[in-house]
Design a protein around this ligand. Structure first.
Ligand code: GDP
Length: 360
């Protein structure tokens, strides 16, 4: 399973958000280093299509896809030099597939800010600088060896060039992720270095009502992290929402100017950041979303259900959600010629409804 590692300065609301993500009682205390052990939280990917499918097929249950978050506590200035929980922190980040940075955008004089004031731009650069410094160490250590190896093995020339480029970008205090988005570097060549700022970034602005209802302010914050994606939510409200009945929850959301829970946006953005998509299966037993990578072929998608499905893959019977929804039943969709037969080279499209045919 691919995971997003939740990072952020102390007291920005990581534990509060993580509680909401897991509905667990992970310690949320108003002091630094309250959470040390990495923890995993799963959150469901909201998908309205599943409800409609269960209607069409009379499914007994609905199984949405999930997104996995790991709570990685302990970053402070100096983490790259082993300060605070520095080393453990970096080791945990290395294992995550994407970085989800929580940034404080709420005012509350009762909650101490480690730097004395709420300033999202500085907070973001403090964290990014630690990650960049750690990557710089990795790259500087790798370069002499690479230079030596590249003299013997011409194939390594490209890797060497890209590593030098990485050195330049990092020395400029920029993340490799943003440089790749700008088309400046090919990170695939640097995979063996396991660089942290090469991972996809997602930002969560833990906001108060003022920010949530202020579009200009949100645009400003969005611009701060572009080209990375970001989500605005109020971590405390998210926790409260989980304890409310649906109608009360809807009222509370409206009061803070939101149309859906922030956790839903977070799940979707997290899924997108990880480069994932879903396909759907449906029947009387269950309507279910399966997680695959963007670009996966039909046999790879079948392999997520069972490895035998991938090995014995014959073909996939596929109808798009829109076509099935409009037709109202599988029989009608077939009668309308909307059900396609796809072979082993077919690249899956998000929301494909699939019935795999295979040999065992
Ligand atoms: P962490 O150190 O990043 O894990 O931060 P915590 O989740 O422990 O939160 C630090 C303090 O800020 C706690 O007292 C929380 O109750 C409070 N807090 C978290 N999120 C919010 C928020 O959205 N608004 C306000 N006003 N306080 C929050």
């Amino acid at each position: 399973t691919l995971t997003l590692g939740i990072v952020g300065l102390p007291n920005v609301g990581k534990s509060t958000l993580f509680n909401a993500l897991t509905r667990n009682d992970v310690l949320a205390a108003n002091y630094p280093f309250a959470t040390i052990e990495p923890n995993v939280g799963l959150v469901e990917l909201p998908d309205a299509r599943l409800g409609r499918l269960s209607e069409i097929f009379g499914s007994e249950r609905i199984l949405p896809a999930t997104v996995s978050f790991v709570d990685i506590a302990g970053i402070v200035k100096g983490a790259s030099e082993g300060e605070g929980m520095g080393n453990a922190f970096l080791a945990n980040i290395r294992e995550a597939d994407a970085i989800c940075q929580v940034v404080r955008a709420f005012a509350d004089e009762n909650v101490i800010h480690v730097d004395g004031e709420v300033n999202p731009a500085t907070d973001i650069s403090v964290i990014n600088t630690e990650l960049i410094l750690a990557d710089l160490q990795t790259v500087e250590k790798a370069l002499p060896r690479l230079e030596k190896d590249a003299r013997k093995d011409k194939a390594l020339g490209e890797v060497l060039d890209e590593t030098k480029k990485a050195l330049e970008i990092l020395s400029d205090d920029r993340t490799l992720f943003s440089a790749e988005k700008a088309g400046e570097i090919d990170l695939a060549l640097l995979r063996d270095l396991h660089l942290m700022t090469a991972k996809p970034f997602l930002y969560v602005f833990n906001s108060d009502e003022e920010v949530l209802t202020d579009d200009a302010k949100k645009d400003e914050l969005r611009a701060l992290v572009a080209p990375a994606d970001c989500v605005f939510l109020d971590a405390q409200t998210e926790t409260e929402l989980l304890e409310l009945e649906a109608d009360e929850a809807a009222e509370l959301l409206e009061a803070v100017g939101q149309t859906e829970p922030g956790l839903h946006s977070l799940a979707r953005a997290g899924f997108e950041t990880l480069g994932l998509q879903t396909y759907l299966t449906a029947g009387p037993k269950e309507s279910r979303a399966w997680t695959i990578h963007k670009g996966d072929t039909a046999p790879q998608a079948a392999g997520v259900i069972h490895s035998d499905f991938e090995r014995g893959f014959i073909k996939a019977e596929i109808v798009s959600f829109e076509d099935l929804d409009a037709a109202g039943s599988m029989a009608e969709a077939k009668a309308q010629g909307k059900v396609r037969q796809e072979g082993k080279d077919y690249v899956m499209v998000d929301g494909d409804i699939v019935d795999f045919k295979f040999n065992v």
